[in-house]
Design a protein around this ligand. Sequence first.
Ligand SMILES: [Zn+2]
Length: 288
Amino acid sequence: MKKILLLLAILGFCSFTEAANLHKKNDSNTIPLISVSIAPQAFFVEKIAADTLKINVILPSNANEHHFEFKPSVMKKLEKSDIYFTIGLEFEKVFMEKFRHNFPKLEIVDMQKNISLMDFEDSHHHQQKDPHTWLDPVLVQTMAVNIYDTLIQKYPQNKDLYKKNLDQFLAELDRLNLQISSKLEKLKQREFVVYHPSWTYFAKRYHLTQIPVEILGKEPKIKDLQKLITLVKEKNIKTIFVQNGFPEKAAKTLARECNAKIFEINHLSKDWENELLRTSDALAKDSK
Ligand SMILES: [Zn+2]
């Protein structure tokens, strides 16, 4: 009887250690999860991390980044993440203290560190800074370095890979900046009309002027729309840029009244680089 018990104990111990080993093996095979607020950030992180990380994008596609609210399912994914890269959006700030308190293992990193932010003119909150830095390839270089600095702290075993990928991405961004500059440098018409003013940093980089349709985050009132119609006619602007997830009624009225066409662009595209080039081409085509 004693022998049988001993045998059972040994068997039990073996299967216990086996299970423990198996668990360990699974752990090392699990790809860490990190979270970002918007899809372009996922494009940037992927450039540096390649397939060493899984990336959770919080904002669904076709959503307005200024009118989003966290749902419990989103919280769960955030809780499982090692890092959360923020990008200065309103919805991030609402729960920031809660995240810090409830998810002590989650590292919250400001992707816009070392970037001086402009005031957000189209905002009802006076203290609000313009968060749309991700549409300027030169500012994205600063964000890429911020991503790199964070990732090598958290995953030092991948440092060589991350360094190689960072250098490559910085060179790509240099090329992209030159490419966009050459597309836009000779334009005579340097003003463009866009529904949501997310192109402030882009416009500043390439010496363009952005004219928004939206006022204080809302559709313009009749009086403001009238003013805009007069302005667009006066300047002979022939394209009204609109964005998915934002209202289109005023933009459509404006286009109809000014005999301009509607062109849809996406400042939240995951296909970030191609979207910047496509937008630059559309700007160039419109205003030769
Ligand atoms: Zn925006």
